[in-house]
Design a protein around this ligand. Structure first.
Ligand code: 9UX
Length: 69
């Protein structure tokens, strides 16, 4: 198992959290997505280390911005 933490900007409510969680959960090998809304932190637990580009694509698809890993 691998755990990676990313910073996402633009999330302001529970629906934002749901959208980001759903998109990132579709990445191959992802087992869990945990969002800390106030801090904008997204923790991704996956079988293999998740690719930042894949997370960026998912976050962008959901309508938010990946700030950093
Ligand atoms: Mo409601 Mo969260 O528009 O962006 S889904 S604040």
């Amino acid at each position: 198992m691998s755990e990676s933490v990313f910073t996402v900007s633009g999330m302001t409510c529970g629906h934002c959290v749901s959208s980001v969680t759903e998109e990132i959960s579709q990445i191959d090998g992802v087992r869990n997505v945990s969002v800390e809304l106030d801090a904008g932190l997204v923790t991704v637990t996956s079988d293999q280390p998740v690719a930042e580009d894949d997370v960026r694509a998912a976050v962008t698809e959901a309508g938010y911005t990946l700030v950093s890993s």
